[in-house]
Design a protein around this ligand. Structure first.
Ligand code: SF4
Length: 601
């Protein structure tokens, strides 16, 4: 099964047992009370789950680096030892590398530093420009941090040189206005990242994994050109990196690279092009969430290694299940970002929408029930499904009642929205869990209290969901007024000019569905590239410079209305929200306080 995914990779001084990597993701455990023992349990579970190498969330080399967790002192090194010991004890053949993250201008810290005092569009502070001494200090801190990582038991480090963090801001002209040896021509702009690699390699020795994360397509107007990326990658290789990891955006870019609307493996072709010019192994990533997708990326020759971060939150046993032919038991990451990245970027503890145990491994455990009961669960939406299958897994005898003719509740609406096709995976997973754990499922069955009483259950769990609120608006009884469920399920016809009242997540989903034309961009990379203005073939600067997004014309005009005067979409999750495209008209302050946006598609 998956011969390429399970092929070992020889790095000379060490070997990776397979091509599956748990990619870096900051969880919040790094700064939490008792966080390192919790991290040890979190990573230990993923190591047991079959992955070949783990890369931790970002750890700063110094306080300017901006992450709450840093590695500079012996005391800090001792905390990391808890994690590395746990992973190596659990799975001696699994490698663990620490990501060194210096946030530069994106640090939430008034002391933040950068090559030039240019404030990022999404930054909190204008950074202080580094002088020559400041640059030397940063270089020394990177090298010291890597040496401490080695002392802490890590098998390697990953240095992030992308995303708008410190190293990448040296590379791009708009964030590096210097005229000294660290700015100006590209050879000077890449001097700092390359010097970081040299210093780190010198500090850790030859037999330590050194991964460098490069922006292979930064999605910035006037970002890096393809030639510059090639020059940088070759210099990174020559400076001592063992592996290059490709990254596809800066956080401030306006192109989605992680959301569920992004096609699976959409960006791996860029890694593939870079791979042809290099000799070190390359990691690719982004929206690779199932083993067959990983295998086909490897088969195309796009990469040597596959990084999966969120999929490992959703299912710590993803790789093991793939190896054992249990793919239908994989709890697939649906790229919703709701409990992982949205939490990480708002300084909340990370978890996973489809796996609430993620990052709670020491406190949320499903132990065998000491006295199994007969349980009735009413409602087979996501809550009822989660309860029923976990209770059955623990040994209870569970009967699940659902009034509809299929499981899923509101997920059955969500899966119909163009760009949310991944929601089918969660329903597939629960169908299998019902079967696996012996839940007795009754579809098309609306139960009442008398029926449940007559069946003498020990306990009844009500998970029937919510009824949509019906606002008291003049005209609400007009035949022209349609509920969102009727609109999404196609139970009522929709006209050519439509007002969607409410611009929250559901309002956006309805607007997307009824204004959509043609194939869903999330299942076709070419359509996705056209709609977001990405040129994969010619790779202009940033992949996007001078490329106009083209969205197929809609067959109806949709007005998306909200009471708030904020920009529409502001309340949506940060990682699924992009700035409005240039052709979107936003107008607030109609008489009744409903703002509006005309979706021109
Ligand atoms: Fe994936 Fe959503 Fe879970 Fe994040 S919260 S890991 S995106 S399923």
């Amino acid at each position: 099964r998956y011969p390429l995914l399970f092929a070992p990779l020889d790095l000379g001084f060490t070997q990776l047992k397979n091509r599956a990597i748990m990619g870096s993701m900051h969880t919040g455990l790094e700064e939490a009370e008792n966080g390192f023992p919790r991290l040890a349990a979190y990573f230990g579970e993923r190591a047991r789950g079959g992955v070949g190498m783990i890369i931790t969330g970002g750890i700063s080399p110094n306080s300017e680096g901006g992450v709450g967790a840093k590695l500079q002192t012996k005391e800090e090194a001792q905390q990391h030892r808890v994690v590395t010991d746990a992973v190596h004890a659990t799975a001696p053949d699994v490698k663990i590398c620490m990501q060194i993250l210096h946030m530069g201008a994106l640090a939430h810290n008034p002391q933040c530093v950068a090559p030039t005092a240019v404030k990022s569009r999404i930054g909190s502070f204008t950074p202080r420009e580094l002088d020559e001494d400041g640059i030397e200090k940063q270089l020394a801190d990177f090298a010291h941090c890597a040496a401490m990582a080695r002392q802490s038991g890590y098998d390697g480090v990953e240095i992030i040189g992308s995303a708008g963090y410190l190293l990448s801001t040296f590379l791009v002209e708009k964030t590096n206005l210097r005229c000294d040896q660290w700015g100006g021509p590209f050879e000077n702009r890449m001097r700092f990242p390359v010097e970081v690699i040299r210093r780190v390699r010198a500090a850790v020795g030859a037999d330590f994994i050194l991964i460098f994360r490069i922006s292979a397509m930064d999605m910035l107007e006037d970002g890096m050109s393809w030639d510059e990326i090639l020059i940088l990658a070759k210099a990174v290789e020559a400076a001592g990196a063992n592996i290059i990891s490709t990254h596809f955006t800066w956080h401030e870019a306006n192109v989605p690279t992680l959301a569920t609307m992004v096609p699976r493996a959409a960006f791996t072709q860029v890694t593939g092009r870079l791979r042809k010019a290099l000799t070190v192994p390359l990691i690719t990533s982004n929206r690779i969430n199932m083993p067959d997708v990983a295998e086909s990326v490897l088969a195309r020759g796009d990469a040597d290694l596959i990084s999966m971060a969120r999929p490992m939150l959703a299912d710590p046993e993803l790789i093991l299940k793939a190896q054992q032919g249990r793919e239908d038991e994989i709890n697939t990451c649906i790229a919703c970002n709701q409990a992982c990245l949205d939490h990480a970027f708002s300084a909340r503890m990370t978890s996973c929408l489809v796996n609430p145990r993620a990052c709670h491994e020491t406190e949320l455990n499903y132990r065998a029930a000491p006295a199994p009961k007969r349980l009735a669960v009413v409602g087979a939406g996501p809550a009822g499904l989660a309860y029923a299958t976990v209770a059955a897994q623990r040994g209870h005898k569970v009967t699940l009642f659902e009034a509809a003719d299929e499981i899923g509740g509101l997920f059955n609406l969500a899966k119909r929205i163009p760009g949310k096709e991944e929601f089918h995976e969660t329903l597939r997973y629960y169908r299998r869990m019902i079967e696996l754990h012996g839940v007795e499922l009754h579809l098309n069955t609306r139960v009442d209290a008398a029926t449940l009483r007559a069946m003498a259950f020990d306990e009844v769990i009500i998970a029937t969901g919510v009824e949509p609120r019906r606002p008291l608006l003049e005209g609400i009884d007009s035949p022209k007024v349609v509920s969102y469920a009727d609109a999404i399920l196609g139970r009522k016809s929709i006209g050519k000019r439509v007002a969607v009242m409410g611009a929250g997540g559901i309002g956006f989903d309805v607007a997307e569905l009824i204004s959509h034309t043609g194939v869903s961009a999330s299942v076709d990379v070419k359509v996705f590239a056209r709609e977001w203005g990405i040129d994969f073939e010619n790779h202009p600067r940033g992949g996007v410079t001078g490329v106009q997004p083209q969205v197929a014309a809609a067959s109806r005009t949709v007005y998306l209305m909200q009471r708030k005067t904020d920009a529409v979409g502001k309340g949506l999750g940060t990682d699924n929200r992009m700035d409005p495209p240039a052709d979107t008209e936003a107008a607030g302050g109609a008489d009744d306080q409903w703002g509006r946006v005309s979706e021109d598609r």
